[in-house]
Ligand binder design. Structure first.
Ligand SMILES: Nc1nc2c(ncn2[C@@H]2O[C@H](COP(=O)(O)OP(=O)(O)OP(=O)(O)O)[C@@H](O)[C@H]2O)c(=O)[nH]1
Ligand SMILES: [Zn+2]
Length: 381
């Protein structure tokens, strides 16, 4: 019997090919390599993570494209640089005197010496490949800023991003696929492993792991007892907090919230903790540490995110909704103080029938954090 294997080009549906391209581009960007980004408007550029900038990298971008690289940051970062720009659009920064690695670092990383954006040739952009470059940096859990250089016109007088990438052994990814990556990734989650793991506070516990088809970070469902499908399940959506969950950080309330949820669900008899790989409200641990540095300098937890160039909250709740649906749960009683979390979960198709307050006392270190969440993020304490 001859086994017919579909060729690699046909084995993966278009979604996966796009996801694979973005996932490979993420690791190239994190590795300090350039990536070609093409946009629907015909634009195409070479992008490089601003936080990895070196003189060699800047020269390489210029030599390959014949254009001087410029810096692209998010609108949030542009505002933090004192520019009067919309927060939801990328900003191109092209100082008349040109960019240096130090200037790129100072403009994109607020934990470095402050620079003003005035006089830096800043322009707000509609989005396109430049906006996608900052989103790619965000998904890569880097500072949301990129050095970019437009590609030269090809022989036919048009920009050929894919051809340019092939000639220079670079990855080429479409802006639209970058923008769609997180939604598609959530849609592709599948169970990959499961084990019973008796916990100190909940002996009858199983852990089910879900992985997206693009190989991105896994998310966990910690199932306590045997919650019956078809009725509201007591649920905690817990975003990963390495410092709080593992080290007992006093800067936040995550550690007590995680252990408290396990205890409360065990006392109720059954329920689920969804442990989501969304460290730092989705900005990643390195950037959360940078945010802590800014908070030590007087910013609150919301402003620290936006001064870094992120939104106050970068989390997406589609993975949580997908996991609940796959496990047969359509309705939840949600342990949370965060109305946005409830709204986003509901918007992702889960019926949040009740909010169960999940409040833990301040500890002498996290008062400002809890106060800001109440005053700026609508948390209900
Ligand atoms: N960017 C940033 N993230 C933080 C900070 N302190 C804690 N976090 C992150 O905030 C998230 C808290 O997640 P949760 O406790 O699930 O959610 P919540 O928004 O606090 O809402 P609740 O459901 O009421 O707890 C985790 O990802 C933490 O890593 C901070 O100062 N800055
Ligand atoms: Zn925390």
């Amino acid at each position: 019997m001859v086994l017919e294997y579909a060729s690699a080009d046909h084995a993966t549906p278009p979604d996966n090919a796009a996801q694979r391209a973005v996932d490979r581009a993420l690791s190239d960007l994190r590795r300090g390599e350039a990536v070609v980004i093409t946009a629907e408007d015909g634009g195409a550029l070479l992008a490089f993570a601003a936080e990895a900038v070196t003189t060699q990298a800047m020269n390489h971008l210029a030599q390959l494209t014949g254009n001087a690289p410029v810096l692209v940051v998010t609108g949030q970062r542009g505002r933090a640089l004192g520019l009067d720009v919309p927060v939801d659009r990328p900003v191109r920064i092209a100082p008349p005197a040109g960019l240096t690695p130090d200037l790129v670092r100072d403009l994109s990383d607020p934990t470095r010496p402050a620079r003003a954006g005035q006089g830096m040739g800043a322009t707000s952009l509609p989005g396109g490949a430049e906006g996608a470059a900052t989103i790619l940096a965000k998904i890569a859990r880097l500072l949301p800023a990129a050095l970019v250089a437009p590609l030269p016109l090809g022989r036919a007088g048009v920009v050929d991003g894919a051809g340019f990438a092939r000639r220079h052994d670079l990855l080429c990814v479409r802006a639209v696929d970058i923008i769609d990556y997180r939604r598609r990734s959530a849609r592709s989650l599948a169970r990959v492993a499961e084990a019973s793991v008796p916990l100190e506070d909940a002996e009858r516990t199983r852990i089910v792991a879900f992985r997206p088809s693009d190989g991105g970070p896994e998310h966990l469902a910690i199932i306590i007892g045997d919650p019956p499908a078809g009725q509201p399940v007591l649920t905690r959506l817990h975003s990963e907090c390495f410092t709080g969950d593992l080290l007992g950080s006093l800067r936040c309330d995550c550690g007590p919230q995680l252990r408290g949820a396990i205890r409360e669900i065990a006392a109720a008899g059954a329920g689920i903790v969804l442990y989501l790989a969304q460290e730092g409200r989705g900005i990643g641990l390195m950037n959360k540490l940078r945010a802590y540095r800014l908070q030590d300098g007087g910013l609150d937890t919301v402003d620290a995110n936006t001064v870094l160039g992120f939104d106050a909250d970068e989390r997406v709740y589609l993975p949580a909704a997908s996991m609940l649906r796959q496990m047969g749960y359509a309705q939840v009683r949600l342990l949370t103080n965060n109305p946005d979390k409830m709204a986003q979960l509901a918007a992702s198709g889960v019926d949040v029938v009740e909010r169960v307050p999940h409040i833990f006392p301040a500890n002498g270190h996290n008062e400002a954090y809890l106060r800001t969440k109440a005053e700026k993020s609508g948390h209900l304490f």
